[in-house]
Write a protein that binds this ligand. Structure first.
Ligand SMILES: [Zn+2]
Length: 416
């Protein structure tokens, strides 16, 4: 898969690899959609349209999800031989979960790392997990996995215990096997006070986690992935104290102290990683904010330059500190915002002054007053009617390409 089109061209969706016993799979609704859709369309968008158009489409949607399950059953048995990756790339899907987080990484070795799983049920902090066939965010994750031709989650990494991150797990676990759970153990009781629903979401998540393998990594630990180096830089409110290779030195643009975290209990406990594939570096610290986010950048630069920074806390106001952007020095910043969640005007303003930043990609156009959105070409969803992803594909020389799922157009970032 992933034969890249050149910059400006579109990627045509290929058909799933099917064997003689999988004819029904070849005819399933998603595959049919891919065959008949215009080439600049994609499965995410088709699913997004299904998800966002009500009664008439519900039957089709449920049928599509059921057939996707059939696909996983059928393909799972042949996964070892069917999983042929033509290009040795690290692929990252920034999945639209409406202001939560779900980021699917597929390594060059074909391992999967899912960072967070979006909201439960209908998509609020108080939603309860329901019929997985009706689950908004879990279905979107399944669609991305389908596009990546992976059939299981090897590592589910939960940055922290809020329902926009751990809420979708109960339903996802019924749609795809999840092998190993990675997180910081448990939630503090105070977290319920700032975000009602946190404790219920955690309990439901922990019950699923109990059925799999569980890792609680410490600072500086590396995730057991082959071919990529994913190091834990924050967890449980603490951060690494020694600079990563390539970092170090005083940060000259630090404020005297950290800006306050909007949510002071669980967000600052986010478990974050810097993942490296060859020369390509990606930073995802979940909703890290307040003092621990500040500590990665000030007074000393502990992270060093990255190629892609998934801006902390969906680009909320507490992720706007210019000192963090100066330290992480990203070529590309990604905002997993919704029209109103994250995407603070202060973050847009900061991003416009980051030295060396080439582009900002947004999952949604922000409607927050004062938010200076970037170009539509870099925005996956212009309103709430669609659920397109942003897909990134990196090679070990440090070059990478990013695709807007809405337009199907890739943009290349060459070795610098
Ligand atoms: Zn969040």
């Amino acid at each position: 898969m992933d034969g890249f089109a050149d910059n400006g061209e579109v990627e045509v969706i290929d058909q799933p690899v099917v064997g003689p016993h999988e004819r029904q799979v070849d005819l399933d609704a998603f595959a049919h959609t891919a065959r008949t859709a215009p080439p600049n369309d994609n499965l995410a968008g088709r699913l997004g349209i299904l998800l966002n158009t009500k009664a008439v489409k519900l039957k089709r949607y449920r049928s599509a999800v059921k057939q996707t399950l059939a696909y996983f059953v059928a393909v799972g048995a042949l996964a070892a031989i069917a999983h042929v990756r033509a290009a040795k790339t690290l692929d990252i899907y920034f999945i639209d979960v409406e202001g939560g987080q779900s980021t699917l990484l597929v390594t060059p070795a074909g391992q999967t790392l899912l960072i967070d799983a979006g909201f439960p049920g209908s998509g609020t902090f108080q939603s309860k997990p329901a019929d997985p066939l009706d689950a908004r965010d879990a279905a979107r994750i399944v669609a991305a996995a389908r596009d990546a031709r992976v059939t299981k989650i090897d590592y589910l990494f939960i940055t922290h215990f809020h329902a926009d991150h751990d809420g979708g797990v109960v339903e996802l676990a019924q749609l795809m096997p999840i092998r190993t759970f990675v997180d910081h153990g448990s939630v503090v009781p105070e977290a319920e006070l700032t975000v009602p629903g946190t404790q219920d979401a955690f309990s439901a998540y922990a019950a699923v986690r109990a059925k799999g393998r569980h890792i609680e990594p410490k600072l500086g630990d590396r995730l057991p992935l082959k071919g990529v180096d994913a190091i834990v830089v924050s967890t449980e409110g603490s951060t690494i104290v020694k600079p990563l290779a390539g970092a170090g030195g005083r940060n000259p643009v630090c404020a005297p102290s950290a800006s306050a975290a909007q949510e002071p209990h669980e967000n600052p406990r986010s478990t974050g990683i810097r993942l490296q594939f060859g020369k390509f570096r990606f930073l995802d610290v979940g909703d890290l904010s307040g003092r621990p986010l500040f500590a990665l950048a000030c007074p000393n630069n502990l992270i060093g330059p990255v190629d892609v920074y998934l801006v902390a806390h969906h680009g909320g106001v507490d992720a706007a500190d210019p000192a963090t952007f100066a330290t992480f020095h990203p070529r590309v910043a990604v905002l997993n915002n919704s029209p109103v969640k994250g995407g603070a005007p202060e973050v847009f303003a900061s991003l416009r002054h980051v030295h060396g930043l080439e582009d900002v990609w947004q999952l949604h156009r922000s409607t927050n007053p004062g938010a200076e959105n970037f170009e539509d070409e870099r925005i996956a969803n212009l309103d709430e009617r669609t659920a397109y992803w942003i897909k990134l594909s990196a090679t070990d020389d440090g070059s990478f390409r990013v695709m807007n799922g809405r337009t199907g157009i890739w943009k290349s970032y060459h070795v610098r």
